[in-house]
Design a protein around this ligand. Structure first.
Ligand code: SIN
Length: 489
């Protein structure tokens, strides 16, 4: 198979560790392979950080911390603005990397670069808007002043499904707030992160700013590198995006050091379609909410809860829309659905579909692993799915849409809330009163009303219940890296 990477990109993608502003091999000289999920071909061998490398990265972050917190907010803002512009200028290179290691169709990869750049632009703007407070105490005895200090060195652990957007969403507010960072990118997609990190390093160096504020330690042994860092008293903050299961383990480790944590964890998003919905819009929104990155996002619609009066028509139309999607290698311009990330992801989706079918669900389209190279699974619609099927109860993380019907609004809301998760919910209705009731009653950190996409760098992203703690993006995102300090005068 031909490499999906343009030669310039292949030649300029760092494959080492970034520590203290320098790219270097892992201390044990080990590497791990990064493969193209569309072909399973190995693209690169990447340096495999050891626990000692993790510690060296934290040493570098701590060494850069005093200088970085002294850098004027305007200067932090300007370097981030330059990074934003460089990322936009290098959209094609970054998109090629995202497609190569993550499998996304190129158009989606470009959209991810744009989304990622928006986080950098937004936090370049927020860097100069960190407010404090000054007021007379109500008792009249003194004045209260509240300052905002950077929390301190932060460990940022990112997932594979958005190899630049989930990095910028953490790195940009951290740097804007004055915190140096150690980034652990995902084992499956470290290349895009490395290319982005080199952009940041160049822009810092060009301004004579401390390059040790951004350190990157890819590793195939995540827990071995992160556990000692979480136990190190110099670390003050953990930001993690990934599964609830791993998030729980990290939270327990972070508890010993009483770290500030931001946890963006799993989801099981309900997508409610009411009888009064605009069905054209609902189907379009359903495809967007389900099929972005082949269903591999934590905000993917996981359960389609459809009111009885429109269930048959919605399901027919959704199946037809899925059949129009083109599955294949992301570099092909006609392709709208790429592969899943690895073999285990396909096995998982296949098991969920088989179990649902055994329990009485009907496969309306898709449902069979194609006999081709790469980790592909087709867009699949299931109806008559029993509400207790694993495909409804668990996060699917793949291109499968299970449809469950409900009677009245109260039942729809009850089903929507019948999960331990609460990241996002989607609802289609023309009734504004109902939309407001849903906004009040559905247990989720984000609610899309007549929209299949809520993600926006300028809005607070995050969940309730087992979907996480804290918010990323918007005004809230930078707060996660700031400590209020109350001064009584
Ligand atoms: C995620 O899947 O973790 C994030 C998706 C998004 O930001 O839209």
């Amino acid at each position: 198979m031909t490499s999906p990477l343009p030669p310039y990109v292949a030649a300029h993608t760092p494959t080492g560790l970034l520590i203290g502003g320098e790219w270097r091999p892992a201390s044990g000289r080990g590497t791990f392979p990064v493969a193209d999920p569309a072909t399973t071909d190995v693209l690169f061998e990447v340096a495999d950080a050891t626990p000692e490398d993790g510690r060296a990265a934290l040493d570098a972050a701590c060494a850069a911390a005093p200088a970085w917190r002294e850098v004027a907010p305007r200067a932090r803002s300007e370097v981030l603005r330059a990074v934003f512009e460089a990322v936009v200028a290098r959209t094609e290179d970054l998109a090629a990397l995202i497609t190569a290691e993550g499998g996304k169709p190129l158009a989606e990869a470009r959209a991810e670069v744009q989304y990622a750049a928006e986080y950098v632009r937004w936090y370049s703007e927020q860097a100069v808007r960190v407010d404090g407070l000054a007021r007379r105490a109500p008792a009249g005895t003194h004045h209260q002043m509240v300052l905002r200090r950077p929390v301190g060195p932060a460990l940022l652990i990112a997932p594979w499904n958005f190899p630049i957007a989930m990095i910028t969403r953490k790195v940009a507010p951290a740097l804007a707030a004055g915190c140096p960072v150690v980034v652990k990118p995902a084992r499956l997609t470290p290349l895009t992160t490395a290319y982005f990190a080199e952009i940041v390093r160049e822009e810092l160096e060009a301004r004579d700013l401390p390059t040790g504020v951004l350190n990157v330690v890819p590793t195939a042994s995540s827990g071995d590198v992160s556990a000692p860092l979480l136990a190190d008293p110099r670390l003050r903050k953990l930001s993690f995006t990934g599964s609830t299961e791993v998030g729980r383990t990290l939270l327990k480790q972070a508890a010993d050091g009483v770290l500030r944590t931001s946890m963006e964890l799993g989801g099981n998003a309900p997508f409610l379609v009411f009888d009064d919905a605009d069905l054209d819009a609902a189907v379009e929104g359903a495809v967007a909410a389900k099929m972005r990155n082949s269903g591999q996002t934590c905000v993917a619609a996981n359960r389609f809860l459809v009111q009885q009066g429109v269930a048959a028509e919605f399901t027919d139309r959704l199946s037809a829309a899925f059949e129009r999607l083109v599955m294949g290698r992301g570099t092909d311009p006609d392709v709208t659905v790429g592969p899943l990330i690895e073999r285990s992801a396909v096995d998982h989706v296949e098991d969920l579909v088989a179990e649902a079918a055994d329990a009485g669900a009907r496969v309306r389209t898709g449902g069979e692993r194609p006999g081709r190279r790469g980790w592909f699974y087709p867009p699949t619609v299931l109806d008559r799915v029993p509400p207790d099927a694993r495909a409804v109860q668990e996060e699917i993380f793949g291109p499968v849409a299970p449809v469950v019907t409900f009677g009245d609004e109260a039942e729809g809301i009850r089903l929507a809330n019948a999960t331990e998760y609460g990241l996002v919910a989607y609802a289609y209705t023309r009734d504004v009163g109902r939309a407001m009731r849903l906004a009040e009653e559905v247990e989720a950190g984000m609610i899309g009303i007549n929209r299949g996409m809520v993600s926006d760098a300028t809005a607070p992203f995050g969940g309730v219940k087992s979907s996480g703690l804290g918010r990323e993006g918007g005004e809230a995102g930078i707060e996660e890296y700031l400590e209020p300090v109350y001064v009584a005068l």
